[in-house]
Design a protein around this ligand. Sequence first.
Ligand SMILES: *[C@@H]1O[C@H](CO)[C@@H](O)[C@H](O)[C@H]1NC(C)=O
Ligand SMILES: *[C@@H]1O[C@H](CO)[C@@H](O)[C@H](O)[C@H]1NC(C)=O
Ligand SMILES: *[C@@H]1O[C@H](CO)[C@@H](O)[C@H](O)[C@H]1NC(C)=O
Ligand SMILES: *[C@@H]1O[C@H](CO)[C@@H](O)[C@H](O)[C@H]1NC(C)=O
Ligand SMILES: *[C@@H]1O[C@H](CO)[C@@H](O)[C@H](O)[C@H]1NC(C)=O
Ligand SMILES: *[C@@H]1O[C@H](CO)[C@@H](O)[C@H](O)[C@H]1NC(C)=O
Ligand SMILES: *[C@@H]1O[C@H](CO)[C@@H](O)[C@H](O)[C@H]1NC(C)=O
Length: 459
Amino acid sequence: MMKGCKFTVLKGIHVSIALLTLGFLTIMLWPRQNNPFLTTFFLHQQRFRHPSSDVLVNAPNISRSSGGHTKKVNKPILKKEAPMTGKHHNSSSSTKSVTTFTSDLEDSDEGELSAQNADCNYAKGRWVADSRRPLYSGSGCKQWLSGMWACRLTQRTDFSFEGYRWQPKKCKMKEFNRFSFLRRMRNKTIAFVGDSLGRQQFQSMMCMVSGGKEMPEVEDAAREYGLVKPRGAKRPDGWVYRFPSTNTTILYYWSASLSDLVPFNRSDKNSDVAMHLDRPPAFLRRYLRCFDVLVLNTGHHWNRGKLELNRWVMHVNGKPNQNKEFEDIGNAKNFTVHSFVRWLDSQLKSHRRLKAFFRTISPRHYLNGDWNTGGTCNNTVPLSRGSEVLQDESNDKVIESAVRGTQVKILDITAISELRDEAHMSSYSIRPTQGINDCLHWCLPGVPDTWNEILIAQI
Ligand SMILES: *[C@@H]1O[C@H](CO)[C@@H](O)[C@H](O)[C@H]1NC(C)=O
Ligand SMILES: *[C@@H]1O[C@H](CO)[C@@H](O)[C@H](O)[C@H]1NC(C)=O
Ligand SMILES: *[C@@H]1O[C@H](CO)[C@@H](O)[C@H](O)[C@H]1NC(C)=O
Ligand SMILES: *[C@@H]1O[C@H](CO)[C@@H](O)[C@H](O)[C@H]1NC(C)=O
Ligand SMILES: *[C@@H]1O[C@H](CO)[C@@H](O)[C@H](O)[C@H]1NC(C)=O
Ligand SMILES: *[C@@H]1O[C@H](CO)[C@@H](O)[C@H](O)[C@H]1NC(C)=O
Ligand SMILES: *[C@@H]1O[C@H](CO)[C@@H](O)[C@H](O)[C@H]1NC(C)=O
């Protein structure tokens, strides 16, 4: 319990007292303490709109040096690791080829970087082949990667999809380094809340941060968030892991609709479930204050079939929905996403350390049918739909319009991922015997790793 979300120790005490105490402590400590956590936090806060570099965040005293790998960091607690496939980054190189782009970044100083990245759109750019991909081994990351998404463990023989990196057009993106990332996320909690595609992004993050290597020292902190598998359930509602070296926590919570779900009868497994479109999930209302980074998504459960399967009954204002417009489920989704973002934005004012991202919808690639009518996605030729995204707008209008004008940031991966039809589970899905192709979920390692790289560039 000691290491949990630091406020859970107050469990049982009235929330307003907890908040008062928090406010009091914040006021008392904030301006005076020379606590590195607060310093980190403060710098982070200032740099919210820019992708912060490890160096800046960790070390108020930045000394420039000749190469990115030799920049000084105060109190380094972990040594740096060479990129997985070991290409040396020569910071004085000026050639701009597919594999030398990181040198651009490590050459530039912070001022230059933030000026360039302040208004850049990570969703604009191109896929490039990169021998330093994937970032972890699909057969090695057994500790966190579900077997059903590890294409290396299936009959699939073509893995060309693993060898691509996203190159934004105008923003510089630093090569992922798990040690510097962990260091940057010291004492912080990253939470993914959403559907199974959110869970894929979570597993990808776990594999990226561990390098796909066994890490028996990583702690299971699910209990601190009340996430235990209910008796008879297939799986818990979420998972929480903590890397003890930096006290970094990574969490996933299943909330496919981002609405509050309340069974009519809690003791009946087959009970209908009130789906409160205008109320965020209780889990988030309770634990939002524990998070430093929050990544949300929803989308693929907003259809009649899923609603019926889950026995979700739409409610608005605490009562069964009367609004005829919501018979079009797309309207109900739009309403929910907008209410959710409005709530989250209002919360951000009192949770200033939290950076919240709404990930746009992950595209499906069914051809010649849908998931249950023989649709397939059996192309294996990478980028046969093109490799570039040049548009400024997102292809996900719902999320784009919901976050506009708020402090919630968009993590726009839709158009990027649309170019990657070859990277789904395809016929190597968990139900191949039923002839069902999975053109919704992605092989891991794969496209969700890129979503995380784009996320990391912005936190
Ligand atoms: C992490 O939290 C612990 C306990 O609150 C504190 O002692 C430590 O300085 C923090 N580390 C950083 C890097 O903020
Ligand atoms: C910053 O670092 C440089 C080089 O390590 C050192 O000479 C200088 O005294 C440091 N400044 C402060 C304010 O710590
Ligand atoms: C980096 O590249 C420059 C110019 O291409 C070259 O002179 C230098 O020796 C290289 N350094 C390393 C460490 O590879
Ligand atoms: C871990 O980080 C949390 C803040 O996220 C802090 O409250 C806690 O004291 C830290 N624990 C240790 C052992 O540093
Ligand atoms: C709730 O479900 C349980 C188990 O099916 C049943 O025994 C009980 O009567 C139900 N309660 C109500 C209020 O319907
Ligand atoms: C979605 O909801 C917002 C806010 O209620 C509304 O302004 C917008 O027109 C809606 N968009 C669609 C496509 O229904
Ligand atoms: C791919 O799927 C289509 C049906 O959508 C099928 O006609 C075709 O034979 C398949 N190609 C391969 C190589 O399996």
